[in-house]
Design a protein around this ligand. Structure first.
Ligand SMILES: CC(C)(COP(=O)(O)OP(=O)(O)OC[C@H]1O[C@@H](n2cnc3c(N)ncnc32)[C@H](O)[C@@H]1OP(=O)(O)O)[C@@H](O)C(=O)NCCC(=O)NCCS
Length: 314
């Protein structure tokens, strides 16, 4: 019997757990928890037209999943994305093709012109993308740091005059300065689809209130009371820590601000019992890769972004 594609059942923790199981098996470098999966769906901006698809085998097991939507915060309209993952133990049953077909139908129905997909940089995955009409564009590395053995530097005893460290918890009453820093530095993050955001309420919903965000591990560097740099920490609440975004405002780059923020955050993460740190960097992001390499992060996998022009349905 063929694989069935359906939407994730919202408010069904067991369904969300199945998605977590598949994602962890297919891409262990990404943090995923059932509350996080449920939140992705619940907090999505209406313009994202977001769907979380699952592929069910004939025996009723979830064997694959895909995130599909529109990059609604891009200045270029009509950019869609699909990231599909199939349980490595259940490949070859048609789940990937079925997920991709359903995703592209959804994107085309929502008026997307292009579909972008992250694909693991391994021959079977690249061949799969090619067979489905996708062409490679840019690449990104996943990097890993073993926090149990990493030689993390101690924080400087005395910070330069005017420089202070805070955590995001200190911004609980008014997180707007962090929103502004995130929006300004995201403009300079290399990528194939430009992202520009200015909707504070939307940011509060999906970034500030994200269940993966650990405010006490998210570090912020202030210079004369203004945010100069930050690093946002996501965790699975157990052993895994992941950098969601590191940014330094343009006027403060090249001064060691990102290193300082990340140093503080990694030390806190280790003290809190996290054992593995992950991050993802565009292969062309020289400064961020330099910072991460300095801490001892090593590349553990590479993904290539593939893209395809869609036949629009409207
Ligand atoms: C990446 C970013 C956070 C770095 O911030 P920063 O405060 O300037 O970083 P630091 O000063 O702590 O360290 C920068 C390091 O990059 C190195 N560097 C700078 N430009 C470089 C380049 N083009 N290629 C390689 N290394 C470079 C510096 O020499 C320095 O390393 P060193 O101290 O060992 O010499 C900042 O450029 C930024 O906000 N970029 C836009 C957002 C972004 O891409 N974030 C990462 C998302 S994954």
């Amino acid at each position: 019997m063929p694989t069935t594609i359906r939407d994730l059942r919202p408010n069904d923790p067991a369904d969300a757990e199945s998605v977590v199981r598949v994602r962890r098996a297919a891409l262990p470098f990404m943090i995923s928890t059932a509350p996080g999966v449920a939140f992705e769906l619940a907090c999505a901006h209406p313009a994202k037209r977001y769907r979380l698809l699952v592929a069910e085998s004939a025996d009723g097991q979830v064997i694959g999943t895909a995130q599909v939507g529109i990059v609604y915060d891009s200045p270029e309209p009509g950019q869609g994305f699909v990231n599909a993952y199939v349980d490595p133990a259940r490949r070859g049953l048609g789940a990937g093709s079925a997920l991709l077909r359903a995703a592209e139908e959804h994107l085309a129905a929502e008026g997307a012109k292009d579909s972008y997909a992250w694909v693991l940089d391994e021959p079977p995955h690249r061949a799969f993308a090619g067979r489905h009409g996708y062409h490679p564009s840019r690449s990104a590395h996943f990097l890993r740091l073993d926090l149990t053995t990493a030689a993390l530097p101690a924080l400087p005893r005395n910070l330069p005059a005017g420089v202070e460290l805070r955590t995001a918890s200190a911004f609980a009453a008014d997180p707007r300065p962090l929103f502004e820093a995130d929006a300004a530095t995201s403009l300079d993050e290399p990528g194939d689809v430009a992202v520009e955001f200015d909707d504070y309420e939307d940011w509060l919903r999906h970034t500030w209130n994200n269940p993966y965000l650990d405010r006490s591990l998210t570090s912020v560097v202030l210079v004369d009371g203004e945010v100069a740099a930050f690093t946002a920490a996501h965790t699975d609440g157990a052993t895994r820590y992941s950098s969601a975004m590191t940014g330094t405002l343009r006027g403060f780059r090249g001064l060691g601000m990102a290193k300082l923020a990340k140093n503080d955050s990694l030390l806190r993460a280790r003290a809190a019992g996290y054992t593995q740190a992950f991050t993802g960097n565009d292969t062309g992001n020289g400064p961020m890769l330099a910072v991460n390499t300095w801490f001892g992060y090593e590349v553990c996998a590479t993904e290539t972004r593939f893209t395809k022009r869609l036949e629009t349905l409207r």
